[in-house]
Design a protein around this ligand. Structure first.
Ligand code: SF4
Ligand code: SF4
Length: 698
């Protein structure tokens, strides 16, 4: 069970807002997409020959007088560092920020062996004084307020310290300098190891890295093996992206290339710690492209709610779950892997294009295989969803019981026992009186006569079939008005929920059942972005078949189809006169980030209402639905929904439009539970309601 700290949530939200503005400014004039593609390709090439470049680096570093040591795991890395310190009689080690030292638990190990290890990065020093762990890879003390930092400093000094920034900085500077000048050894990390010249590249903003690496007699560089880059020009590419993506700075204040000892001795400890296993795994290898810029954390909705103390083992967020699985073990990553919503926001901003959410799904699959499937997921995916007649029977029973369990407004009364999680913070919709497939047959009995522009298949998805048939009917109305003969796709699960939970064999079965009914040579129009993601992206990857690829090429989200294929004719269906509706738009995660169809929906809505949409703040912030996530993590889902409702109501709109039936369930249910009068509509409903009335139209 995760616990939400409202103060932390506020800090992280404000930080994320400011970060995104700074980042956008810092990338002005640069093409982020092509830069990160170049960096991802470079990292892939280097990872493929990691051993060769490491040897080259070692040779060059030795030629500068450095001693290079290899550590296969945490225990060996700690032992090697301790032996170095013992050899030089070191009693105090000062450190600049190093995530690898956190990974191997160096401070605790040294303390247990009589060596004091002191952090000198301000954030790291603060968390060390507070006896906590870093909660962010770039800003370790991001979770603490100024007041809390002042209290930590006061306790450390035994005297009152003001919480004004200049006072805090003065204390830190004086204290840290004392630490650095009294230490016999300094330890730094490395942002890159340059193979052609044997230099370690170090980026800092406080200058502590330079002091730590030059003032004590002994300097240790602690770096993981994937940090190697072949040439100095490659570091240039890294420098273009890393500071901008990390903190929105064009460059960090200090960029150092350290080649050889400055005073006494220099040691370079290269840590493997299961990275060779990652390198050998073709599926997961790309996680070693990570440059620890933390941009993925800064946009992750779950990180923004929980922070790094709950959404981490040592490494944080989605990428942290993946690294943890390999470095600290599958067991440690189990809970973390479950926390990802699958929103794809991290992938949009990742400096090296790591497919974080796809890999988390692959990790869930591995977790299920190695550690066993969670009991309740086995019931849902192996027991119910895998057996369509049983699932249909459950829906049929719910329909029979509908008059007893559903309120007049179409929402269920209180949910029973195990289902309680569904409606803790939102009302759950009552099942529709008739499934969409039945309503369609009744409303479009003469579909055969309507064929003028060809036929297409409408695949509505489960939520529309059983809960929101009006959305399916609206889409059918719009497509029919364009002259298409609309045929109904099967009322069956697309397979996404099973795939997303790591039950890929069940997902394949579901997709194969479905695809048997989707005739070739016809467009397949979807009304649910999650179904579209399954059909267009996941199925071809899972099945690796020509049939799946062919089907994927025929799938279009409803709004994308209208804009790409019917842009000219669709505008004729609406009045040019602006209507009185005040409409805002919520970007559903898959619709925006994966299908890239949000702007198409906006254009269509604007066309249909004859005026601009009232944009809400953070229209792309996740509403917290994410399928079973809202059941397994209701407290996070609720927090995200609350934020979304504030954005919607502050927009001044009376209608919120969206494209995902799941988001509709969440937001409509939240509005109902909070007594909010905002009307929630699918884009198809808005378009259908705005169609010019013509004689004989449905
Ligand atoms: S997909 Fe979304 S929830 Fe998952 S790690 Fe990425 S940003 Fe976070
Ligand atoms: S996963 Fe990508 S965005 Fe996240 S820290 Fe690594 S490189 Fe940066």
């Amino acid at each position: 069970m995760t616990k939400i700290d409202p103060d932390l949530k506020k800090i992280l939200k404000e930080f994320s807002h400011d970060y995104l503005l700074k980042r956008q400014e810092s990338f002005k004039g640069l093409d982020f997409e092509s830069l990160r593609t170049e960096l991802a390709e470079l990292k892939d090439r280097v990872l493929a020959q990691n051993g060769k470049y490491l040897l080259q680096f070692e040779e060059k570093a030795r030629s500068h007088g450095s001693q290079v040591l290899r550590a296969k795991d945490s225990a060996e890395a700690n032992r090697l560092i301790f032996e170095i310190l013992k050899k030089h009689g070191v009693k105090k080690l000062v450190k600049s920020k190093s995530m690898v030292s956190e990974e191997i638990g160096l401070n605790e190990f040294l303390l247990g062996n009589g060596v004091e290890a002191r952090e000198t990065d301000l954030g790291e020093w603060i968390v060390q004084l507070a006896r906590e762990r870093p909660t962010h890879m770039v800003m370790p003390a991001i979770h603490l307020t100024r007041k809390e930092v002042a209290e930590i400093f006061s306790k450390h000094l035994g005297e009152e310290v003001s919480n004004e920034i200049p006072a805090l900085i003065r204390v830190a500077r004086e204290e840290l300098r004392k630490e650095i000048f009294s230490a016999q050894a300094g330890l730094t990390g490395a942002n890159a190891l340059i193979a052609e010249n044997g230099a370690a590249m170090l980026l800092t903003n406080e200058g502590n890295g330079r002091l730590v690496s030059t003032i004590p007699q002994v300097h240790i560089v602690l770096a993981s093996i994937e940090k190697v880059l072949p040439r100095i020009q490659d570091a240039d590419l890294l420098l273009k992206i890393l500071p901008r993506n990390a903190t929105g700075q064009a460059l960090t204040s200090y960029v150092s290339f350290i080649a050889g000892p400055h005073r006494g001795a220099q040691y370079i400890v290269l840590v493997d710690n299961h990275r060779s296993e990652i390198l050998a795994d073709s599926k997961f290898r790309e996680i070693l492209r990570c440059i620890k810029c933390s941009a993925c954390l800064n946009v992750c909705p779950v990180y923004q709610i929980l922070g790094g103390s709950q959404y981490s083992h040592i490494y944080m967020g989605g990428i942290g779950s993946l690294l943890t699985a390999w470095i600290h073990g599958l067991k440690e990553s189990k809970q973390l892997a479950d926390l990802c919503l699958g929103c794809h926001r991290c992938e949009e901003i990742c400096a090296t294009k790591i497919a974080i959410s796809d890999l988390i799904v692959a990790l869930r699959e591995r977790l299920n295989k190695v550690l066993g499937k969670p009991f309740w997921k086995k019931i849902v995916f192996d027991g119910v969803i895998a057996h369509p007649p049983l699932l249909q029977g459950i829906f049929h029973a719910a329909r029979v019981a509908r008059p007893i369990v559903t309120e007049r407004l179409g929402f269920a009364r209180k949910m029973p026992l195990a289902m309680k999680k569904f409606d803790r913070f939102r009302s759950f919709p009552g099942i529709a009186r008739k499934p969409f497939s039945q309503s369609f047959e009744e409303n479009f009995p003469s579909a055969k006569e309507m064929e003028t522009e060809g036929s297409l298949i409408l695949f509505a998805g489960c939520l529309i079939e059983h809960f929101y048939p009006e959305i399916g009917l609206s889409a059918s109305r719009v497509l029919s008005r364009l002259g298409y003969k609309v045929k109904l796709g099967p009322a069956a699960c697309c397979g996404f929920p099973s795939a997303n939970s790591g039950f890929s064999s069940r997902s394949k079965q579901a997709f194969e059942r479905l695809s048997a009914h989707l005739k070739e040579e016809e467009f397949i129009i979807t009304l649910c972005p999650t179904c579209a993601t399954m059909l267009k992206h996941i199925a071809p990857q899972l099945l690796k078949s020509e049939k799946a690829r062919n089907l994927a090429s025929r799938v279009f989200p409803f709004s994308q189809f209208l804009i790409q294929k019917e842009k000219e004719r669709i505008s004729n269906l609406f009045s040019a006169q602006p209507c009185s509706w005040r409409v805002t738009y919520h970007d559903s995660c898959h619709h925006k980030y994966f299908l890239k169809a949000s702007e198409d929906s906006r254009r269509l809505i604007q066309m249909s209402i004859g005026k601009e949409i009232l944009e809400m703040e953070s229209s792309d912030a996740c509403c917290g639905f994410a399928g079973i996530f809202s059941v397994s993590h209701p407290e996070i889902s609720e927090a995200l929904l609350e934020e979304k409702l504030v954005s919607i109501t502050s927009s001044g709109a009376e209608i919120v439009a969206l494209d995902c039936p799941g988001c509709l369930l969440q937001i409509r249910g939240g509005c109902h539970r909070h007594g909010c009068s905002i009307v929630v509509k699918h884009t198809a409903e808005i378009l259908a309601e705005r169609l010019i009335i013509t004689s004989g139209a449905r």
